[in-house]
Design a binder for this molecule. Structure first.
Ligand code: NAP
Ligand code: HSE
Length: 428
Protein backbone atom coordinates (compact mmCIF):
# COMPACT_ATOMS: atom_id res chain seq x y z
CA UNK A 1 0.00 0.00 0.00
CA UNK A 2 1.40 3.42 -0.96
CA UNK A 3 1.56 6.15 1.66
CA UNK A 4 -1.60 8.26 1.82
CA UNK A 5 -1.41 12.03 1.42
CA UNK A 6 -2.93 13.45 4.60
CA UNK A 7 -4.82 16.76 4.45
CA UNK A 8 -5.61 19.14 7.30
CA UNK A 9 -8.40 21.50 6.26
CA UNK A 10 -8.84 24.86 8.01
CA UNK A 11 -12.12 26.50 7.02
CA UNK A 12 -15.32 24.55 6.43
CA UNK A 13 -17.41 27.13 4.62
CA UNK A 14 -18.42 27.13 0.97
CA UNK A 15 -15.05 25.97 -0.35
CA UNK A 16 -13.96 23.79 2.58
CA UNK A 17 -17.16 21.74 2.50
CA UNK A 18 -16.75 21.35 -1.26
CA UNK A 19 -13.27 19.93 -0.74
CA UNK A 20 -14.47 17.52 1.98
CA UNK A 21 -17.20 16.27 -0.39
CA UNK A 22 -14.74 15.59 -3.23
CA UNK A 23 -12.28 13.78 -0.96
CA UNK A 24 -15.09 11.63 0.50
CA UNK A 25 -16.98 10.95 -2.71
CA UNK A 26 -14.07 10.44 -5.12
CA UNK A 27 -11.57 8.49 -3.04
CA UNK A 28 -11.07 5.84 -5.73
CA UNK A 29 -10.71 8.34 -8.55
CA UNK A 30 -8.18 10.44 -6.61
CA UNK A 31 -6.13 7.35 -5.70
CA UNK A 32 -6.21 6.09 -9.27
CA UNK A 33 -5.13 9.46 -10.67
CA UNK A 34 -2.38 10.22 -8.17
CA UNK A 35 -1.22 6.70 -7.34
CA UNK A 36 -1.90 7.09 -3.63
CA UNK A 37 -4.89 7.59 -1.33
CA UNK A 38 -5.79 11.20 -0.50
CA UNK A 39 -7.32 11.43 2.98
CA UNK A 40 -8.38 14.07 5.50
CA UNK A 41 -7.02 13.63 9.01
CA UNK A 42 -8.05 16.85 10.77
CA UNK A 43 -10.26 19.90 10.28
CA UNK A 44 -10.80 23.30 11.86
CA UNK A 45 -13.46 26.02 11.78
CA UNK A 46 -14.83 28.52 14.29
CA UNK A 47 -17.94 26.62 15.31
CA UNK A 48 -17.65 22.91 16.03
CA UNK A 49 -21.43 22.48 16.39
CA UNK A 50 -22.52 23.91 13.06
CA UNK A 51 -24.25 21.43 10.73
CA UNK A 52 -22.28 21.66 7.50
CA UNK A 53 -24.15 18.95 5.60
CA UNK A 54 -21.12 16.63 5.51
CA UNK A 55 -19.94 13.95 7.88
CA UNK A 56 -16.89 15.19 9.79
CA UNK A 57 -16.87 12.43 12.44
CA UNK A 58 -13.88 10.65 10.92
CA UNK A 59 -11.60 13.65 11.36
CA UNK A 60 -9.82 15.11 14.37
CA UNK A 61 -11.09 18.59 15.29
CA UNK A 62 -8.88 21.57 16.14
CA UNK A 63 -10.34 24.86 17.35
CA UNK A 64 -7.08 26.57 16.50
CA UNK A 65 -6.00 26.47 12.82
CA UNK A 66 -2.37 27.03 13.88
CA UNK A 67 -2.51 23.83 15.94
CA UNK A 68 -3.98 22.05 12.93
CA UNK A 69 -1.15 23.34 10.75
CA UNK A 70 1.43 21.86 13.15
CA UNK A 71 -0.10 18.38 13.53
CA UNK A 72 2.20 15.44 12.84
CA UNK A 73 -0.53 13.58 10.95
CA UNK A 74 -0.96 16.39 8.36
CA UNK A 75 1.15 16.51 5.18
CA UNK A 76 -0.71 19.30 3.38
CA UNK A 77 -2.30 22.25 5.16
CA UNK A 78 -5.34 23.40 3.17
CA UNK A 79 -6.22 26.98 4.13
CA UNK A 80 -9.81 27.90 3.27
CA UNK A 81 -10.62 30.49 5.93
CA UNK A 82 -9.80 33.74 4.10
CA UNK A 83 -8.52 37.11 5.31
CA UNK A 84 -5.16 38.64 4.59
CA UNK A 85 -4.03 38.89 8.21
CA UNK A 86 -4.75 36.92 11.38
CA UNK A 87 -5.43 33.18 11.52
CA UNK A 88 -4.93 32.42 7.81
CA UNK A 89 -1.51 34.07 7.71
CA UNK A 90 -0.44 32.69 11.09
CA UNK A 91 -1.51 29.16 10.20
CA UNK A 92 0.16 29.15 6.76
CA UNK A 93 3.40 30.40 8.29
CA UNK A 94 3.15 27.74 11.00
CA UNK A 95 2.47 25.03 8.42
CA UNK A 96 5.55 25.94 6.36
CA UNK A 97 7.70 26.15 9.48
CA UNK A 98 6.42 22.68 10.46
CA UNK A 99 7.40 21.20 7.10
CA UNK A 100 3.95 21.04 5.48
CA UNK A 101 3.01 21.88 1.93
CA UNK A 102 0.19 24.42 1.63
CA UNK A 103 -2.82 24.77 -0.65
CA UNK A 104 -4.89 27.94 -0.33
CA UNK A 105 -7.70 29.80 -2.11
CA UNK A 106 -6.77 33.05 -0.41
CA UNK A 107 -6.03 35.72 -3.02
CA UNK A 108 -6.06 38.58 -0.50
CA UNK A 109 -3.37 36.95 1.66
CA UNK A 110 -1.10 36.17 -1.30
CA UNK A 111 -1.61 39.61 -2.87
CA UNK A 112 -0.34 41.18 0.36
CA UNK A 113 2.18 38.61 1.60
CA UNK A 114 2.82 36.31 -1.37
CA UNK A 115 6.51 37.09 -1.75
CA UNK A 116 7.33 36.49 1.94
CA UNK A 117 5.28 33.27 1.97
CA UNK A 118 6.92 32.04 -1.25
CA UNK A 119 10.41 32.74 0.16
CA UNK A 120 9.59 30.99 3.44
CA UNK A 121 8.32 27.96 1.51
CA UNK A 122 11.43 27.93 -0.67
CA UNK A 123 13.73 28.08 2.38
CA UNK A 124 11.81 25.19 3.96
CA UNK A 125 11.65 23.13 0.75
CA UNK A 126 7.85 23.22 0.76
CA UNK A 127 5.34 24.19 -1.94
CA UNK A 128 2.48 26.67 -1.74
CA UNK A 129 -0.22 26.26 -4.39
CA UNK A 130 -3.15 28.61 -5.03
CA UNK A 131 -5.09 27.66 -8.18
CA UNK A 132 -8.43 28.38 -6.48
CA UNK A 133 -7.40 31.92 -5.61
CA UNK A 134 -7.72 33.18 -9.21
CA UNK A 135 -10.76 32.73 -11.44
CA UNK A 136 -12.38 29.95 -9.39
CA UNK A 137 -12.56 26.72 -11.37
CA UNK A 138 -10.43 27.88 -14.32
CA UNK A 139 -6.96 26.25 -14.24
CA UNK A 140 -5.25 29.53 -15.08
CA UNK A 141 -2.29 29.24 -12.67
CA UNK A 142 -1.49 25.81 -14.06
CA UNK A 143 -1.74 27.13 -17.61
CA UNK A 144 0.67 29.99 -16.91
CA UNK A 145 3.21 28.10 -14.79
CA UNK A 146 3.24 24.88 -16.82
CA UNK A 147 1.49 24.79 -20.19
CA UNK A 148 2.73 28.22 -21.27
CA UNK A 149 6.14 28.07 -19.55
CA UNK A 150 7.94 28.30 -22.89
CA UNK A 151 6.45 31.69 -23.73
CA UNK A 152 7.43 35.25 -23.04
CA UNK A 153 4.06 36.46 -21.84
CA UNK A 154 3.15 39.79 -23.40
CA UNK A 155 -0.24 40.48 -21.85
CA UNK A 156 -2.70 38.95 -19.39
CA UNK A 157 -6.21 40.28 -19.16
CA UNK A 158 -9.64 39.23 -18.18
CA UNK A 159 -12.79 39.35 -16.15
CA UNK A 160 -11.89 37.93 -12.75
CA UNK A 161 -14.72 38.93 -10.45
CA UNK A 162 -17.94 37.02 -11.00
CA UNK A 163 -20.01 39.30 -8.77
CA UNK A 164 -19.19 42.41 -10.82
CA UNK A 165 -19.86 40.56 -14.05
CA UNK A 166 -23.19 39.38 -12.63
CA UNK A 167 -24.13 42.96 -11.65
CA UNK A 168 -23.14 44.45 -15.01
CA UNK A 169 -24.84 41.78 -17.14
CA UNK A 170 -27.97 41.80 -14.98
CA UNK A 171 -28.20 45.61 -15.33
CA UNK A 172 -27.86 45.15 -19.09
CA UNK A 173 -30.33 42.28 -19.48
CA UNK A 174 -33.02 43.55 -17.09
CA UNK A 175 -32.49 47.28 -17.63
CA UNK A 176 -32.22 47.75 -13.88
CA UNK A 177 -30.20 50.44 -12.05
CA UNK A 178 -26.98 49.60 -10.24
CA UNK A 179 -28.45 50.04 -6.75
CA UNK A 180 -31.28 47.58 -7.42
CA UNK A 181 -28.99 44.90 -8.86
CA UNK A 182 -26.46 45.40 -6.06
CA UNK A 183 -29.27 44.70 -3.55
CA UNK A 184 -30.24 41.59 -5.55
CA UNK A 185 -26.64 40.32 -5.53
CA UNK A 186 -26.53 40.92 -1.78
CA UNK A 187 -29.76 38.94 -1.24
CA UNK A 188 -28.37 36.08 -3.35
CA UNK A 189 -25.23 35.95 -1.17
CA UNK A 190 -22.92 36.84 -4.07
CA UNK A 191 -21.12 39.69 -2.32
CA UNK A 192 -18.03 39.36 -0.14
CA UNK A 193 -18.54 40.23 3.55
CA UNK A 194 -17.04 43.61 2.62
CA UNK A 195 -18.81 44.31 -0.71
CA UNK A 196 -16.19 46.92 -1.63
CA UNK A 197 -13.77 44.05 -2.23
CA UNK A 198 -16.01 43.08 -5.16
CA UNK A 199 -17.49 46.31 -6.53
CA UNK A 200 -14.38 48.37 -5.73
CA UNK A 201 -12.30 46.08 -7.97
CA UNK A 202 -10.04 45.06 -5.05
CA UNK A 203 -10.70 41.30 -5.20
CA UNK A 204 -10.11 41.27 -8.95
CA UNK A 205 -7.00 43.43 -8.42
CA UNK A 206 -5.65 40.85 -5.97
CA UNK A 207 -6.09 38.17 -8.62
CA UNK A 208 -4.50 40.24 -11.37
CA UNK A 209 -1.42 40.93 -9.21
CA UNK A 210 -0.94 37.17 -8.71
CA UNK A 211 -1.19 36.45 -12.43
CA UNK A 212 1.25 39.30 -13.19
CA UNK A 213 3.85 37.81 -10.88
CA UNK A 214 3.80 34.49 -12.72
CA UNK A 215 3.48 36.01 -16.18
CA UNK A 216 6.32 38.54 -15.86
CA UNK A 217 8.62 36.95 -13.26
CA UNK A 218 8.13 39.81 -10.81
CA UNK A 219 7.33 39.96 -7.13
CA UNK A 220 3.62 40.36 -6.41
CA UNK A 221 2.85 44.09 -6.59
CA UNK A 222 -0.76 44.61 -5.55
CA UNK A 223 -0.01 48.24 -4.63
CA UNK A 224 0.95 48.79 -8.26
CA UNK A 225 -2.52 47.86 -9.55
CA UNK A 226 -4.52 50.92 -10.66
CA UNK A 227 -7.98 50.21 -9.23
CA UNK A 228 -11.36 51.56 -10.22
CA UNK A 229 -14.63 49.90 -9.28
CA UNK A 230 -18.02 49.65 -10.96
CA UNK A 231 -19.97 51.75 -8.44
CA UNK A 232 -20.35 54.74 -10.79
CA UNK A 233 -21.57 52.76 -13.80
CA UNK A 234 -25.17 53.79 -14.48
CA UNK A 235 -27.82 52.02 -16.50
CA UNK A 236 -27.49 54.96 -18.90
CA UNK A 237 -23.80 54.08 -19.47
CA UNK A 238 -24.72 50.46 -20.11
CA UNK A 239 -27.41 51.46 -22.64
CA UNK A 240 -25.22 54.00 -24.40
CA UNK A 241 -22.33 51.53 -24.61
CA UNK A 242 -24.68 48.95 -26.11
CA UNK A 243 -25.89 51.47 -28.64
CA UNK A 244 -22.28 52.06 -29.68
CA UNK A 245 -21.67 48.28 -30.05
CA UNK A 246 -19.94 47.68 -26.71
CA UNK A 247 -20.47 46.01 -23.33
CA UNK A 248 -19.07 47.33 -20.06
CA UNK A 249 -16.86 44.87 -18.15
CA UNK A 250 -14.64 45.15 -15.08
CA UNK A 251 -11.50 44.29 -16.99
CA UNK A 252 -8.03 43.58 -15.65
CA UNK A 253 -5.04 44.14 -17.89
CA UNK A 254 -1.38 43.49 -17.04
CA UNK A 255 1.47 44.07 -19.45
CA UNK A 256 5.17 44.75 -19.30
CA UNK A 257 6.25 47.77 -21.31
CA UNK A 258 9.62 49.50 -21.66
CA UNK A 259 8.47 51.77 -18.80
CA UNK A 260 7.70 48.90 -16.42
CA UNK A 261 4.77 46.77 -15.27
CA UNK A 262 1.33 48.18 -16.04
CA UNK A 263 -1.54 46.68 -14.08
CA UNK A 264 -5.02 48.11 -14.13
CA UNK A 265 -8.42 46.84 -13.04
CA UNK A 266 -11.17 49.14 -14.24
CA UNK A 267 -14.54 49.18 -16.00
CA UNK A 268 -13.93 49.28 -19.76
CA UNK A 269 -15.95 49.11 -22.95
CA UNK A 270 -15.21 45.96 -24.96
CA UNK A 271 -16.73 45.04 -28.33
CA UNK A 272 -20.13 43.40 -27.75
CA UNK A 273 -19.33 40.54 -30.14
CA UNK A 274 -15.91 39.72 -28.60
CA UNK A 275 -15.55 36.72 -26.25
CA UNK A 276 -15.19 39.14 -23.31
CA UNK A 277 -18.21 41.13 -24.45
CA UNK A 278 -20.33 37.98 -24.53
CA UNK A 279 -19.39 36.85 -21.02
CA UNK A 280 -22.49 36.54 -18.83
CA UNK A 281 -23.24 36.32 -15.11
CA UNK A 282 -20.67 34.98 -12.67
CA UNK A 283 -18.48 33.48 -15.38
CA UNK A 284 -14.81 34.52 -15.54
CA UNK A 285 -12.53 34.75 -18.57
CA UNK A 286 -8.77 35.09 -18.72
CA UNK A 287 -6.94 35.90 -21.94
CA UNK A 288 -3.20 35.13 -22.03
CA UNK A 289 -0.96 36.29 -24.85
CA UNK A 290 2.51 34.83 -25.38
CA UNK A 291 5.10 35.25 -28.09
CA UNK A 292 4.94 31.61 -29.20
CA UNK A 293 1.37 30.60 -28.47
CA UNK A 294 -0.21 33.93 -29.56
CA UNK A 295 -3.52 33.97 -27.66
CA UNK A 296 -5.18 31.53 -25.25
CA UNK A 297 -8.68 32.18 -23.89
CA UNK A 298 -9.82 30.42 -20.73
CA UNK A 299 -13.44 30.64 -19.62
CA UNK A 300 -15.30 29.07 -16.70
CA UNK A 301 -17.06 29.51 -13.38
CA UNK A 302 -15.30 32.07 -11.19
CA UNK A 303 -16.67 31.01 -7.81
CA UNK A 304 -18.91 28.62 -5.91
CA UNK A 305 -18.51 25.40 -3.97
CA UNK A 306 -17.87 22.95 -6.80
CA UNK A 307 -15.66 25.05 -9.10
CA UNK A 308 -13.46 26.39 -6.29
CA UNK A 309 -13.10 22.98 -4.62
CA UNK A 310 -12.21 21.54 -8.03
CA UNK A 311 -9.29 23.98 -8.27
CA UNK A 312 -8.15 23.16 -4.70
CA UNK A 313 -8.18 19.46 -5.54
CA UNK A 314 -6.12 20.03 -8.68
CA UNK A 315 -3.37 21.44 -6.45
CA UNK A 316 -3.76 18.62 -3.91
CA UNK A 317 -3.46 16.01 -6.67
CA UNK A 318 -0.29 17.65 -8.03
CA UNK A 319 1.27 17.43 -4.57
CA UNK A 320 0.14 13.80 -4.24
CA UNK A 321 1.85 13.05 -7.56
CA UNK A 322 5.08 14.65 -6.34
CA UNK A 323 4.95 17.74 -8.56
CA UNK A 324 6.98 20.52 -6.91
CA UNK A 325 6.59 23.92 -8.58
CA UNK A 326 7.72 27.27 -7.14
CA UNK A 327 4.81 29.32 -5.81
CA UNK A 328 4.92 31.89 -8.63
CA UNK A 329 6.36 29.54 -11.25
CA UNK A 330 10.01 30.52 -10.69
CA UNK A 331 12.28 30.51 -7.63
CA UNK A 332 10.96 33.19 -5.27
CA UNK A 333 14.31 34.81 -4.52
CA UNK A 334 14.96 35.29 -8.24
CA UNK A 335 11.77 37.30 -8.81
CA UNK A 336 12.47 40.93 -9.73
CA UNK A 337 10.83 43.77 -7.83
CA UNK A 338 8.24 45.14 -10.23
CA UNK A 339 8.89 48.65 -11.57
CA UNK A 340 5.40 50.13 -11.52
CA UNK A 341 4.37 52.04 -14.62
CA UNK A 342 1.15 54.03 -14.85
CA UNK A 343 -0.79 52.55 -17.74
CA UNK A 344 -0.83 55.05 -20.55
CA UNK A 345 -1.10 53.09 -23.77
CA UNK A 346 -3.33 54.96 -26.24
CA UNK A 347 -7.01 54.08 -26.44
CA UNK A 348 -10.30 55.65 -27.37
CA UNK A 349 -12.30 56.80 -24.34
CA UNK A 350 -16.01 57.00 -23.58
CA UNK A 351 -16.90 60.13 -21.60
CA UNK A 352 -20.25 60.65 -19.90
CA UNK A 353 -20.59 64.25 -18.73
CA UNK A 354 -23.45 66.20 -17.21
CA UNK A 355 -23.42 69.84 -18.29
CA UNK A 356 -25.50 72.85 -17.37
CA UNK A 357 -27.88 73.29 -20.31
CA UNK A 358 -26.92 76.82 -21.30
CA UNK A 359 -25.35 78.55 -24.32
CA UNK A 360 -21.65 77.83 -24.83
CA UNK A 361 -21.42 74.97 -22.31
CA UNK A 362 -20.59 72.32 -24.87
CA UNK A 363 -18.18 74.68 -26.63
CA UNK A 364 -16.20 75.08 -23.40
CA UNK A 365 -15.85 71.30 -23.06
CA UNK A 366 -14.84 70.91 -26.72
CA UNK A 367 -12.21 73.62 -26.20
CA UNK A 368 -10.76 71.83 -23.16
CA UNK A 369 -10.53 68.58 -25.10
CA UNK A 370 -8.86 70.35 -28.04
CA UNK A 371 -6.38 72.10 -25.75
CA UNK A 372 -5.35 68.69 -24.42
CA UNK A 373 -4.85 67.21 -27.86
CA UNK A 374 -7.99 65.06 -27.60
CA UNK A 375 -9.98 64.67 -30.78
CA UNK A 376 -13.72 63.88 -30.68
CA UNK A 377 -14.82 60.87 -32.70
CA UNK A 378 -18.50 60.83 -31.77
CA UNK A 379 -20.68 63.15 -29.68
CA UNK A 380 -24.26 62.88 -28.48
CA UNK A 381 -26.45 64.97 -26.17
CA UNK A 382 -29.27 62.78 -24.91
CA UNK A 383 -32.87 63.77 -24.23
CA UNK A 384 -33.38 65.53 -20.89
CA UNK A 385 -36.15 67.33 -19.08
CA UNK A 386 -34.27 69.36 -16.51
CA UNK A 387 -31.54 71.97 -16.41
CA UNK A 388 -28.73 69.47 -16.81
CA UNK A 389 -27.76 67.98 -20.16
CA UNK A 390 -26.20 64.52 -20.35
CA UNK A 391 -23.46 64.51 -22.99
CA UNK A 392 -21.63 61.46 -24.36
CA UNK A 393 -18.34 61.76 -26.15
CA UNK A 394 -16.25 59.04 -27.74
CA UNK A 395 -12.71 60.27 -28.34
CA UNK A 396 -10.18 59.20 -30.90
CA UNK A 397 -7.19 57.39 -29.42
CA UNK A 398 -5.51 59.35 -26.69
CA UNK A 399 -3.70 58.72 -23.42
CA UNK A 400 -5.26 58.38 -19.99
CA UNK A 401 -3.00 61.16 -18.71
CA UNK A 402 -4.50 63.55 -21.31
CA UNK A 403 -8.03 62.51 -20.28
CA UNK A 404 -7.23 63.10 -16.60
CA UNK A 405 -5.76 66.54 -17.30
CA UNK A 406 -8.78 67.43 -19.43
CA UNK A 407 -11.20 66.30 -16.70
CA UNK A 408 -9.39 68.52 -14.19
CA UNK A 409 -9.65 71.43 -16.61
CA UNK A 410 -13.35 70.74 -17.29
CA UNK A 411 -14.04 71.14 -13.58
CA UNK A 412 -12.77 74.73 -13.86
CA UNK A 413 -15.16 75.67 -16.68
CA UNK A 414 -18.17 76.15 -14.39
CA UNK A 415 -20.46 74.20 -16.76
CA UNK A 416 -19.96 70.69 -15.35
CA UNK A 417 -22.35 69.02 -12.89
CA UNK A 418 -20.56 66.33 -10.85
CA UNK A 419 -17.61 64.30 -12.03
CA UNK A 420 -17.62 62.66 -15.47
CA UNK A 421 -17.43 58.93 -16.06
CA UNK A 422 -14.40 58.17 -18.26
CA UNK A 423 -14.06 54.59 -19.53
CA UNK A 424 -11.35 53.18 -21.73
CA UNK A 425 -12.48 51.42 -24.90
CA UNK A 426 -10.31 48.31 -24.94
CA UNK A 427 -9.27 46.50 -28.10
CA UNK A 428 -9.53 42.79 -27.29
P1 NAP B 1 -16.70 31.02 4.10
O1 NAP B 1 -17.83 30.29 3.50
O2 NAP B 1 -16.93 32.31 4.78
O3 NAP B 1 -15.97 30.01 5.11
C1 NAP B 1 -14.91 30.40 5.90
C2 NAP B 1 -14.59 29.27 6.87
O4 NAP B 1 -13.47 29.63 7.65
C3 NAP B 1 -15.74 28.98 7.83
O5 NAP B 1 -15.91 27.61 7.96
C4 NAP B 1 -15.25 29.58 9.15
O6 NAP B 1 -15.71 28.87 10.29
C5 NAP B 1 -13.77 29.39 9.01
N1 NAP B 1 -12.99 30.32 9.82
C6 NAP B 1 -13.01 31.67 9.75
N2 NAP B 1 -12.18 32.16 10.69
C7 NAP B 1 -11.65 31.11 11.35
C8 NAP B 1 -10.77 30.97 12.42
N3 NAP B 1 -10.25 32.03 13.04
N4 NAP B 1 -10.44 29.73 12.84
C9 NAP B 1 -10.96 28.63 12.23
N5 NAP B 1 -11.83 28.72 11.20
C10 NAP B 1 -12.17 29.92 10.78
O7 NAP B 1 -15.56 31.30 3.00
P2 NAP B 1 -15.39 30.61 1.59
O8 NAP B 1 -16.32 31.27 0.62
O9 NAP B 1 -15.42 29.15 1.72
O10 NAP B 1 -13.93 31.13 1.19
C11 NAP B 1 -12.77 30.54 1.72
C12 NAP B 1 -11.55 31.08 0.97
O11 NAP B 1 -11.68 30.76 -0.41
C13 NAP B 1 -11.38 32.61 1.03
O12 NAP B 1 -10.00 32.92 1.01
C14 NAP B 1 -12.03 33.07 -0.27
O13 NAP B 1 -11.54 34.31 -0.73
C15 NAP B 1 -11.61 31.96 -1.18
N6 NAP B 1 -12.45 31.79 -2.37
C16 NAP B 1 -13.77 31.59 -2.23
C17 NAP B 1 -14.56 31.39 -3.36
C18 NAP B 1 -16.03 31.14 -3.27
O14 NAP B 1 -16.66 30.95 -4.30
N7 NAP B 1 -16.61 31.10 -2.06
C19 NAP B 1 -13.97 31.41 -4.63
C20 NAP B 1 -12.58 31.59 -4.73
C21 NAP B 1 -11.83 31.77 -3.60
P3 NAP B 1 -17.28 28.80 10.67
O15 NAP B 1 -17.94 28.08 9.54
O16 NAP B 1 -17.32 28.02 11.94
O17 NAP B 1 -17.73 30.21 10.81
N1 HSE C 1 -16.08 37.55 -4.83
C1 HSE C 1 -15.39 36.73 -5.77
C2 HSE C 1 -16.06 36.88 -7.13
C3 HSE C 1 -15.41 35.27 -5.31
O1 HSE C 1 -17.19 37.38 -7.21
O2 HSE C 1 -15.47 36.52 -8.13
C4 HSE C 1 -14.49 34.40 -6.11
O3 HSE C 1 -13.16 34.77 -5.97
Amino acid sequence: MTTPLRLGIAGLGTVGVGVVKIVRQKANLLAARTGRPVVITAVSARSRDKDRGVNLNDYAWEDDPVALAKRDDVDVFVELMGGHEGPAKDAIEAAIASGKDVVTANKALLAHHGQAIAEAAEDAGRVVRFEAAVAGGIPVIKSLTEGLAGNDITRVMGVMNGTCNYILTRMQDAGLPYEEVFAEADALGYLEADPNLDVGGIDAGHKLSLLSSIAFGTQVDFDGVELEGIQRISIEDIKQAEDLGYKIKLLGVAQMSGRGLEQRMSPCLVPADSPLGQLKGGTNMVVIEGDAVEQVVLRGPGAGEGPTASAVMGDVCDIARGLRISTFGAPAKGLQKAKTAKSNSPAAFYLHLTLLDRPGALAKIATVLGENGISIDRLRQTRHDDANAPVLIVTHKTQRSAIDTAIDAMAETGVMVGAPVALRIESV
